[in-house]
Design a protein around this ligand. Structure first.
Ligand SMILES: Cc1ncc(COP(=O)(O)O)c(C=O)c1O
Length: 439
């Protein structure tokens, strides 16, 4: 949590806890706006657009804020498309980066004239079949899977094991198929970095795209006009990590692109990102109250939030969220595990954390929950997702999503119009009927 966010949160925290009750995620409008402005500033002067990854924080109040900074939206499902529309996104304000995409999803993306990011050649065949809505795509982006990467960069994944993207050896075929469908303008997308803190990891993404753009030109004659570097720019979840150097990335991309365009006599491609975490991650905090202080084989602090509010620590073994006790100054320190109430031993926000002594009713802050936090929560055990609040720039705190409720939400799918298909006629009975009607 930045010093600025901490200083804006301090004066409103007690009132917010008393008024709204814990647990809740609270997002900082000022911090988000500053990051948006910084992002736009770093890439200004070149053709550029950020398409916020809606999956990171699909809340209309925050999305409207981002759209106000000129951001588009990267969507991967029908509800995300709908949210982007509600936030004011139109046409190419929306990238549709889905995978294992259905006909229904493609039709919805086309109906909104979104920029479709094709994940597989099977999707191109489906696009050809679409008859509803406006005509075919004039512009299409192809998501590529470069296969095994060299080196041991810890921020890069293993694309050869990932289900995403068109493998290199199918790329020229995919371009030809798309051209036959009437596509005139092409983009390339790949995302190999995750929570990258090193500029070189993201530059690597650009290099992969440039190499594949060469390949496409050599094999099909098509010029790639747009490069989408996906998400994956990281944030320092641990206090000893250094923030990502975005201005250094801006400089590195400019240098690479200048060399590339000059060497091949090309026009400068539009550069896009689908950042989620970098934009909102540090500007969210999960506020939770201590329910129990427990001494077992280990020392536990049990809180009123769990994996329904934040999955990352339970889901990813290396995920870390810093935890602080805002009202614990001057108390002796204890080493504890901070846990939720799920019947899952992975339901832990932190292990071996040094925190001031806390007891029932004390409040803890779980930092950096502004991306892939609330959105990833799940309702196992009937533990429901908490509310979301927005700390406005004027210091007011606004409810931007209510907490889920048992009757309204959790049991809602148990109320339905009765429906049943009859049991099949037993085979023996069918034979008996045939015999009875035989002449
Ligand atoms: C296709 C795609 N784009 C963008 C993102 C956003 O990544 P991040 O929030 O790490 O920037 C993701 C994350 O899962 C993704 O799958």
């Amino acid at each position: 949590m930045s010093a600025g966010f901490a200083s804006r949160l301090r004066p409103v925290l007690r009132d917010a806890v008393e008024h709204f009750g814990t647990p809740f995620h609270l997002y900082d409008e000022t911090g988000i706006s500053e990051t948006c402005a910084h992002f736009n500033d770093v890439f200004s002067g070149m053709p550029f657009r950020e398409y916020f990854a809606v999956k990171a924080l699909p809340n209309p109040a925050v999305m409207s804020l981002l759209h106000g900074h000129g951001f588009g939206f990267d969507c991967s499902s029908l509800p995300e498309l709908a949210l982007a529309g509600q936030a004011g996104a139109r046409g190419h304000d929306v990238f549709f980066t889905s995978n294992n995409t259905s006909r229904e999803e493609l039709a919805a993306a086309r109906a909104r004239s979104a920029l479709i990011n094709v994940d597989d050649v099977a999707v191109l065949a489906k696009l050809a079949d679409l008859t509803d809505g406006p005509g075919g795509e004039d512009t299409l982006c192809l998501r590529i899977n470069p296969g095994a990467l060299e080196g041991d960069d810890p921020f890069l994944g293993s694309p050869e094991h990932a289900k995403f993207g068109i493998p290199t050896h199918q790329l020229a075929h995919a371009v030809t198929m798309a051209r036959d469908l009437g596509v005139r303008h092409f983009g390339l997308h790949t995302m190999v970095a995750s929570n990258a803190l090193a500029v070189s990891s993201v530059v690597r993404t650009l290099d992969i795209l440039l190499r594949h753009a060469e390949l496409v030109r050599d094999e099909t004659g098509v010029e790639i006009e747009l490069l989408n570097l996906g998400g994956g720019i990281g944030i320092p979840y641990r206090p000893d990590e250094r923030p990502f150097d975005l201005p250094a990335l801006g400089r590195a991309l400019r240098r690479r692109l200048a060399d590339w365009t000059r060497a091949g006599a090309r026009t400068w491609p539009v550069i896009c990102f689908e950042s989620g975490r970098y934009i909102t991650g540090p500007h969210g905090v999960l506020v939770t109250s201590v329910v129990n202080r427990m001494s077992k084989w280990r020392e536990y602090v049990g809180v009123d939030a769990g994996m329904s509010a934040l999955m990352r620590p339970g889901l990813y073994p290396t995920a870390y969220h810093h935890i602080t006790a805002p009202w614990g100054d001057g108390r002796p320190s204890r080493t504890v595990d901070v846990v939720g109430s799920l019947c899952e031993n992975s339901d832990k926000f932190g292990i071996d954390r040094h925190l001031p002594e806390v007891d029932e009713g004390d409040v803890l802050l779980v930092h950096d929950t502004g991306a892939h936090g609330h959105a990833m929560g799940y309702t196992y055990n009937g533990r429901m997702r908490p509310k979301e609040l927005l700390l406005r720039a004027d210091g007011s705190v606004e409810l931007i999503r209510r907490a889920e409720e048992q009757e309204l939400d959790h049991f809602a799918t148990l109320r339905f119009v009765p429906d049943r298909i009859p049991a099949p006629v037993p085979a023996a009975h069918a034979v008996h009927l045939r015999e009875a009607t035989a002449p």
